[in-house]
Design a protein around this ligand. Structure first.
Ligand SMILES: NC(=O)c1ccc[n+]([C@@H]2O[C@H](COP(=O)([O-])OP(=O)(O)OC[C@H]3O[C@@H](n4cnc5c(N)ncnc54)[C@H](O)[C@@H]3O)[C@@H](O)[C@H]2O)c1
Length: 253
């Protein structure tokens, strides 16, 4: 099989689990060298091992996306190890708790906004200058279907994911002239550890979620990874500032 990303270098935050892990594996399969970044050392190293076992090349770097110095070091380590940065998937995120808006705990609000929104901003802050120097690069930010619709009981998550779309559009316009593309993906319920944790405590909820999806199933991390690969690839060369919704038809209703 031809590898579309031979010689390319990719960085994936939140690469220790779920969508980040599966996308890191898909990128490596396409020939990219991958930096897996996460707060979870165990999970991040397990992803690196899976990449190596499949014949790919990856390194792990521990980075909390809310800490500017760690994000800066994560980007520096990537460039030190692999010489450049072609693709960045700003994917690290958390879901917060479920509470009506007025009851939403302030500390959880701050944590969700810090990781899901400020974390993406900090990644952009250190990834973009490298790409500007190269005069090339593609970034994909993780938003959500909750970035384009309301999500009852999830004020902070919804606000953070709407924020990611605004940030994506602005960065896309700011850097279009230098040949950098910035897009977002907006998955609906995708079977990952994040969603499995949510369903564990509430099994009837799974049937309810599936019922909300016109295609009558949850998404898979592989389906999100393939959309990210497409946005990174030259097949998407004219796409920037876009938010690609992968939701089994939810927003069409
Ligand atoms: N699973 C879904 O249904 C779904 C739907 C829409 C959007 N998303 C988004 O996709 C992204 C990945 O979610 P997932 O479902 O794979 O979840 P997940 O919980 O399986 O993985 C998230 C990863 O992010 C890491 N992380 C959390 N806080 C971090 C921090 N401060 N710094 C660095 N890493 C951190 C975690 O350790 C974990 O490895 C998230 O941004 C999520 O909001 C998921």
């Amino acid at each position: 099989m031809t590898q579309r990303f031979a010689g390319k270098v990719a960085l994936v935050t939140g690469g220790a689990s779920g969508i980040g892990r599966v996308t890191a594996l898909a990128l490596a399969k396409e020939g990219a060298k991958v930096t897996v970044a996460d707060v979870s050392v165990e999970g991040g190293e397990a992803t690196v091992k899976r990449v190596a076992d499949a014949g790919g090349q990856a390194i792990f770097t521990k980075a909390d996306v809310t800490k500017s110095s760690e994000v800066e070091a994560m980007v520096k380590e990537t460039v030190k190890a692999f010489g450049r940065l072609d693709f960045a998937l700003n994917n690290a995120g958390i879901d917060g708790v479920r509470a009506r808006t007025a009851d939403y705990p302030e500390d959880v609000w701050n944590q969700v906004i810090d990781i899901n929104l400020t974390g993406v901003f900090l990644c952009l802050k250190f990834e973009l200058p490298i790409m500007v120097k190269q005069k090339s690069g593609v970034i994909v930010n993780l938003s959500s279907v909750a970035g384009v619709t309301g999500f009852p009981g999830h004020a902070a998550y919804t606000a953070s994911k709407h924020g990611v779309i605004g940030l994506t559009k602005t960065a896309a316009i700011d850097y279009a002239k230098v040949g950098i593309r910035v897009n977002a993906v907006c998955p609906a319920y995708t079977r990952t550890p994040m969603v499995t944790r949510m369903l564990e405590n509430n099994p009837e909820f799974e049937a309810k979620l599936i019922d909300r999806v016109p295609l009558k199933r949850l998404g898979t991390a592989e389906e999100i990874a393939q959309a990210v690969i497409y946005l990174f690839s030259d097949a998407a060369a004219f796409i920037t500032g876009h938010s690609l919704v992968l939701d089994g038809g939810i927003v069409a209703e």
